[in-house]
Design a protein around this ligand. Structure first.
Ligand SMILES: C[S@@+](CC[C@H](N)C(=O)[O-])C[C@H]1O[C@@H](n2cnc3c(N)ncnc32)[C@H](O)[C@@H]1O
Length: 276
């Protein structure tokens, strides 16, 4: 049986390119965990990685979906020309074709890929740990500034899915809320704590039901669809009540050393209560 993920010994490297690490493995594990859904999802046009580094993730995605056959084009971008070269070598070593573009996030690709990306994977350089800074320099994908989110919204197809790696410090709940405002639902596919960080791989997809509900509640002057309110409130109440350590949202709050997140949730809760 052919391998479903890239083989580490075939992954190319360069001193200035981020090598597969805990976050890369977590992202690929999340894709593997969701593989049955991905196959059923049946991407037909474009699968894409933003910030491909060594090419481990996009190559693994292509191998996982190989049985889907031809017709899907794989794209990957990186701002680092060495990463583009290394990904080329990694994908070729696995017999996978990936179109590589050296660019800032997806600049210059809008006219080509707008509304065409069925699956997007992103492991952004958001974590200012010394190890990562040494390899990838100052974080530029701007998760907190949410530069990646509008780009994803533009490029994803109507049935597009995005798998995004976040850590606690990225304020994942805020990212989910920002995507909610753009009409996306979210689910944590995988949560993993390492010595250094607590990783969440979050999957986003367009939630047409909530758009319908938004339209329905539009006449009542409410700005949030009811399902959004319900889902947020249930997350909030889980934060308050659920003592199980596996509760990703609770972990997120616990491992946030300052009170910013809790204050954010309190504000969010009072806003939601006003809406109800
Ligand atoms: C944490 S590494 C992830 C690499 C790979 N995706 C993985 O999971 O192993 C982030 C990657 O994003 C790239 N990157 C940083 N800023 C970028 C930008 N503005 N546009 C595109 N890629 C960027 C870095 O060069 C690096 O390869």
């Amino acid at each position: 049986m052919s391998p479903q993920t890239a083989q580490i010994h075939l992954v190319s490297s360069h001193p200035q390119v981020y090598e597969p690490s805990d976050d890369s493995f977590a992202l690929v594990d999340a894709l593997l965990a969701d593989r049955a859904n991905l196959l059923e999802h049946h991407p037909t046009v474009v699968c894409m990685e933003v910030g491909c580094g060594s090419g481990y993730v996009i190559t693994s995605l292509a191998l996982m979906l190989a049985q889907e056959g031809s017709g899907v084009d794989y794209f990957a971008t990186d701002i680092n020309p060495n990463a583009v070269r290394v990904t080329q070598e990694t994908s070729e070593a696995h017999g996978v074709h990936v179109e590589l573009i050296c660019t800032d996030i997806a600049s210059g690709l809008n006219s080509r890929l707008e509304g065409l990306v069925d699956v997007m994977v992103v492991n952004p350089p958001y974590v200012p740990t010394p190890k990562r800074l040494a390899v990838i320099g100052k974080p530029r994908l701007g998760l907190e500034g949410s530069m990646i989110l509008p780009v994803a919204d533009k490029l994803l197809s109507k049935k597009g899915w995005m798998y995004l790696v976040t850590i606690t410090e990225n304020n994942p709940s805020q990212i989910c809320l920002q995507m909610r405002k753009k009409g996306y639902a979210a689910r944590i596919v995988l949560q993993r704590s390492t010595e250094e960080e607590s990783l969440h791989i979050i999957k986003f997809w367009r939630d047409y039901d909530s758009e319908v509900e938004t339209a329905e509640v539009g006449s009542t002057n409410k700005t949030f669809p009811t399902r959004v309110v319900d889902s947020l409130l249930s997350q909030l109440s889980r934060l308050a009540c659920d003592p199980t350590p596996s509760n990703a949202w609770r972990l997120m709050v616990e491992s946030t050393r300052n009170k910013t997140m809790e204050e954010h949730f309190k504000k969010q809760e009072s806003r939601l209560q006003e809406l109800l």
